[in-house]
Design a protein around this ligand. Structure first.
Ligand code: SAH
Length: 277
């Protein structure tokens, strides 16, 4: 089996949404209030998890560099933590979309930032069929959401279509930076199937370019974020002890797969910025 085969997955947005209805609380607990990886400068950096995961939101915001009054879209917004982080620091309006109804409820239940003009609202929508008019947004970002989309070309086309000329897209995503060792292929397939995602090779530059965007920056932060997988695995293991039966064994599997995933050197993580000409 080649890496190319791993790019395909059969999971519908509905199935991905159901998974996030079930798993959001554990991810949130592991990742200190966010549902994405943390960023550490090096092995000696002892920044606590909540700040480390907020740092990733900060790195995305820095690349997006929104102007006052901008309309932004958060593609695969989770429970709204990133949008609220950005809205608390920039005078922008953010629209978040997720396929998980539970996440959208949590996100819309958050208080809007006090004393700043930023705002965020959230709705259930599929990024592969974004329900927004052409050129509706000044900027877009997608953190760890494209990996769950079985038609990444369609999602990228929709994101590009919804951006105004000059608008930026920032993607934060895991991918495979090389051919897997033969002994890892089956476990990677299990991991992708368990978490309803595809680990593609480094296709994001190509996807952006094919959608008519111009890539302006690619930054590999694989070793800065790697610690996150062990942290998630520990929390899955802890959470598994609090539940019974099938759920306990499912969550132990989540722990084992996540722990293994973090040890695979070909698993990379990039911050990728493009602009619509
Ligand atoms: N970006 C968030 C959440 C990452 S979890 C954060 O950084 O905290 C992955 C997110 O992608 C979930 O919110 C999930 O609902 C969303 N997602 C997955 N497939 C999607 C699709 N087809 N359309 C919209 N959102 C999707």
């Amino acid at each position: 089996m080649s890496n190319t085969m791993l790019t395909q997955h059969p999971h519908t947005p509905g199935e991905v949404g159901t998974m996030y209805n079930d798993y959001t609380d554990v991810f949130n607990r592991a990742l200190g209030g966010n549902i994405h990886v943390g960023y550490w400068d090096d092995d000696f950096d002892d920044t606590p998890v909540p700040e480390a995961t907020d740092r990733l939101s900060g790195l995305v915001a820095e690349r997006l560099a929104p102007a006052e009054g901008d309309d932004l879209i958060d593609v695969g917004c989770g429970h709204g933590s990133t949008a609220m982080y950005i809205a608390a620091r920039h005078a922008v309006q953010i629209t978040g979309v997720s396929v998980s109804k539970y996440q959208v409820e949590l996100a819309n239940g958050r208080p809007q930032p006090a004393d700043v003009p930023g705002q965020a609202t959230f709705r259930v929508a599929d990024a592969m069929e974004l329900p927004f008019a052409d050129e509706s947004f000044h900027g877009a970002y997608a953190i760890e959401s494209l990996m769950h989309m079985k038609d990444k070309e369609a999602a990228m086309r929709h994101i590009a279509r919804c951006l105004r000329p000059g608008g930026r897209l920032v993607v934060a995503e895991a991918f495979l930076g090389g051919e897997l060792d033969r002994s890892d292929v089956a476990l990677m397939a299990d991991t992708c199937s368990f978490f309803k995602l595809s680990m593609t090779s480094d296709v994001y530059r190509q996807l952006m370019e094919e959608a008519g965007l111009k890539v302006v920056d690619l930054t590999d932060v694989s070793e800065n974020i790697r610690r996150s997988y062990g942290i998630m695995a520990d929390t899955w293991r802890e959470a598994a002890r609090e539940v019974d039966g099938a759920k306990a064994s499912e969550w132990k599997t989540a722990a084992d797969l996540t722990e293994w995933f973090g040890t695979v050197s070909q698993v990379r993580y990039g911050l990728m910025t493009a602009v619509r000409p």
